[in-house]
Ligand binder design. Structure first.
Ligand SMILES: Cc1ncc(COP(=O)(O)O)c(C=O)c1O
Length: 387
């Protein structure tokens, strides 16, 4: 590429996720939704919360959506609803955000870490059975970076050993999973309970904290509702030990608008990812994201693997050229100080460990301009030309 053909440096700062431009695009609808909440002043459990839960249930094709305060609470409440005893074990992936393992440990349960696949980053289903003991009660597959974990084998194992499955779908809402019989389902609706987060950068996001649980099981739904609302059966009748975990009415109003754009936003990110894939095809030092046939990919993250020890140098190169990038995740859970006591329960986690050394997530969002992406691509290609 000669100088005349070089991509133009974009005027605005490149961001991992551009929430400001997205807000400007949706401003009229969002402002009206917020205004309505302010005027009605039903800030807790206002009608928008129920409406949103109903709309999301319809979108996900599942009978029950139970909103709560954030995605971490969603996992915690899901675990609380299963009547588990202290010391019982829950299988979680080692290469992951901390939330699943953290809530397990916080409830006095034991997180048993399982390795992940090198190509999909999700839990290696072939390693689940060896992690099962007589104390195992739950598996938490995590649908990481925008695609689904291979749920068919997870559900088969769960049935064989009589285990519950909680799908952590914070990053992949709107992704679909094709089960071994060919039936297409939404990620997050396959296990006993699905959980999600509406953190501002997530695929379905509000302007603060928010989360939800979903289930097809009426009894579990009732328990989830109660636990998220102080364990109340009726006002001041506390049947279960619960917590206070509510989705704010304001956030629900925002989510009611954003849900209408979820499919479009997911499609835009897929388009951005496809442009990256095409541009990086010839780079032998990069592994682009792999999408197996059983899942769609909504590219919450566009995460490459950088070979030959060049990851950190590439990140520094991009930083110097004002291209942000992130390492999701820099340390496997067994090596985190808080989780060292649980490392003895883990199997071989060499893939998770390896991934922490090679992964790099590039900017991807619903507002990415072509010239912005061209500039990012050019910086990546330039690095490998010279290094
Ligand atoms: C995979 C995963 N699970 C759970 C969570 C927790 O969500 P929240 O931040 O809403 O508590 C996150 C958020 O980053 C996540 O990425």
């Amino acid at each position: 590429m000669n100088d005349k053909q070089r991509a133009i440096i974009p005027d605005d700062n490149i961001q991992m996720v551009d929430l400001q431009t997205q807000y400007r695009r949706l401003k009229q609808e969002i402002d009206a939704a917020i205004q309505e909440v302010l005027v009605n002043a039903q800030f807790i459990n206002g009608p928008q919360v129920k409406t949103f839960a109903a709309h999301l249930a319809q979108y996900m094709d599942i009978p029950h959506v139970i909103p709560c305060a954030n995605g971490t609470d969603a996992i915690q409440i899901a675990l609380m609803s299963l009547d588990l005893q202290q010391g019982e074990e829950v299988i979680v992936p080692a290469f992951n955000y901390v939330a699943a393992a953290e809530t397990v440990a916080m409830l006095g349960l034991i997180p048993v870490l399982v390795d992940v696949n090198a190509d999909t980053f999700t839990m290696d289903v072939n390693k689940i059975e060896q992690a099962i003991s007589q104390h195992t009660k739950v598996i938490i597959p995590v649908h990481l970076f925008g695609q689904a974990c291979d749920m068919g084998p997870v559900m088969q194992i769960a049935e064989k050993y009589n285990l519950y499955v909680i799908e952590d779908n914070a990053q992949s809402i709107g992704a679909s999973y094709t089960d071994p019989s060919g039936k297409v389902k939404n990620a997050g609706t396959i296990g006993h309970i699905g959980t999600t987060s509406f953190f501002p950068s997530k695929p379905l996001a509000c302007y603060g904290d928010g989360g939800a649980m979903m289930t097809a099981d009426d009894k579990l739904a009732e328990r989830l509702y109660m636990i998220a609302n102080h364990g109340q059966e009726k006002k001041y009748r506390h049947k279960l030990i619960g917590c206070n975990s509510r989705l704010d009415t304001l956030q629900a109003a925002i989510l009611n608008v954003k849900l209408n754009y979820l499919a479009e936003f997911n499609r835009i990110r897929i388009h951005v990812a496809e442009r990256y894939n095409e541009a990086f095809e010839q780079l032998s030092d990069i592994i682009t994201p792999y999408k197996p046939a059983y899942t769609s990919h909504i590219y919450h993250q566009y995460t490459i693997q950088v070979k030959n020890g060049k990851r950190n140098a590439l990140q520094a190169w991009l930083r110097e050229r004002k291209v942000p990038s992130m390492i999701y995740y820099p340390i496997p859970l067994d090596k985190q100080e808080a989780f060292k006591v649980y490392a003895c329960k883990a199997g071989n986690l060499s893939v998770a460990d390896h991934l922490t050394q090679v992964v790099l997530s590039l900017p991807i969002h619903t507002e990415m301009k072509a010239n912005e992406q061209d500039y990012i691509i050019e910086q990546v290609i330039d690095f490998f030309r010279k290094n």
